[in-house]
Design a protein around this ligand. Structure first.
Ligand code: 2M8
Length: 442
């Protein structure tokens, strides 16, 4: 597998520049014409390598949508496209009318996505001369601290160290079988869901690559429940029909808190704040350790409504790798699982890359969104995490296979884990961003 690094990096930058509206870098050209929260974080990581100021601008536009309670919304809407460009758009979320916490100037959604932002902001600030880093850290520390504090209060009243999500979209892995049992319990009352038209199906070749209509109804019903309750998760926490401790988002949060700690030191933050961040890191790792399941050798999400762990084998099972600080035993188990036929050791595939749902899980579907396809951006996160743990050979193999696949399939949103064929949207920004970062490492 010999990759043309220079050429690929140039193409990746072209994709990102073409998706740049001047205000935001759209998540993709047509399917996702707005700014998504964790996409923007990954985009900033990629851009930090070629244009750190543009990377920080991406974070500034996202944080212009920060709510008064600290929440960073999963979408900041692009004012240059109309309501019909994407569903659900700003009018359906209607946050500014419904919630006093929503920002006044910017239209946003009312839910969250995994908190990758501190990690991105650190990557960008590191590219600036040392004397400029202090002032930048100072600006970013407060906004990020408020966001993290929201997560550790409103989204973890149990002080478990793990983030509660109240909608599958909050995980970013929207249609994963991780949520199947919990979502199946969500009942959409007859005649109560306001009508809507899906827009996503106009942008993919095969509707099978996207969620089913029945799932979409449930997604939209959960939005109605939140609206009904003024998007105030705290006051209705125990009655929400979908409540899951998301191990993958929680693991990302551990890495993000490490980045926040770096910023805090640079910003000369209060000693009390440093102690708080330290406690979030420890609490997060402890929580993930408790969710490590010896039988399957992976981390499992916890359903707070049923009180049970979700026994589904997916890429999120590697949460412990992302969080770091693994015990020797768990590390051995996770490495074995990674190399097994359920993930990258499957001899029948074109590229040794992990499927989003394990090949041997009953929920595996080869070409359906988050149910089987391999996602370059997730592979980037796992590459970074394995490498951080010192597993350099494994990380390097992952990077090489992913770049080779992208070189042949283009900057697709996700790929068939068996053939490597492109699926979902073309020219997806976060795929290009992952490539930029990987090529910069070369
Ligand atoms: C997908 O999610 C949106 C809803 O938020 C959708 O399907 O319409 C997910 O893959 C999500 O993780 C991602 O952030 C978003 C934009 O790329 O698309």
């Amino acid at each position: 597998m010999s990759v043309q690094f220079g050429h690929l990096a140039r193409k990746a930058e072209e994709v990102l520049r073409a998706n740049d509206t001047g205000r935001i870098i759209k998540a993709s050209p047509t399917l996702y014409p707005h700014q998504w929260s964790w996409d923007a974080g990954f985009v900033a990581v990629g851009m930090a390598n070629v244009d750190p100021e543009r990377a920080l601008q991406e974070m500034r536009s996202l944080f212009s949508g920060q709510w008064k309670n600290g929440l960073i919304p999963h979408i900041v809407f692009n004012p240059d496209v109309d309501e019909d460009a994407y569903f659900p758009g700003p009018a359906r979320w209607d946050v500014r009318r419904i919630s006093t916490d929503a920002p006044e100037e910017v239209a946003t959604s009312g839910i969250i996505q995994p908190p990758v932002h501190a990690l991105a902001i650190r990557e960008a600030i590191e590219q600036f001369p040392r004397e400029e880093q202090f002032a930048l850290a100072d600006v970013w520390f407060d906004r990020l601290f408020r966001w993290h504090q929201y997560l550790m209060t409103a989204r973890d009243p149990e002080t478990s160290g793990l983030i509660t999500i109240v909608h599958p979209w909050e995980s970013g892995m929207d249609n994963s079988p991780r949520w199947d049992d919990a979502l199946a319990r969500v009942v959409v009352p007859e005649g109560e869901l306001p009508p809507y038209t899906r827009r996503d199906l106009q942008h993919v070749e095969d509707p099978f690559q996207r969620p089913t209509n029945a799932d979409y109804d449930r997604f939209m019903w959960l939005v109605e429940v939140l609206k009904e309750n003024k998007y105030d998760v705290t006051s209705i926490y125990s009655q929400l029909p979908f409540r899951m401790k998301d191990v993958f988002a929680s693991a990302i949060f551990v890495q993000a808190n490490e980045a926040l700690m770096w910023l805090a030191q640079l910003a000369d933050a209060d000693i009390d704040d440093l102690t708080i961040i330290e406690s979030w890191i420890d609490r997060g790792r402890d929580g993930l350790r408790r969710q490590f399941d010896d039988e399957s050798g992976m981390c499992l999400d916890r359903d707070l409504v049923s009180g049970k762990s979700a026994r589904v084998s997916t890429i999120a099972g590697f949460a412990g790798v992302v969080a770091g600080g693994l015990t020797g035993e768990a590390r051995t188990q996770l490495k074995a699982l990674w190399g097994s036929a359920a993930f990258v050791g499957n001899g029948a595939v074109q590229y040794p890359l992990p499927p989003s749902t394990a090949f041997d899980d009953p929920g595996f579907v080869r070409t359906r969104y988050w149910r089987g396809p391999t996602w370059p951006v997730i592979n980037w996160l796992l590459w970074r995490s394995w490498r951080k743990m010192g597993e350099t050979d494994l990380a390097e193999a992952l990077r090489a296979a992913s770049l080779a696949q992208i070189e042949s399939s283009g900057f697709a949103e996700y790929m068939d884990p068996v053939s490597g064929a492109a699926l979902g949207s073309d020219n997806q920004s976060w795929t290009a961003a992952a490539v930029l970062d990987w090529c910069a490492e070369h």
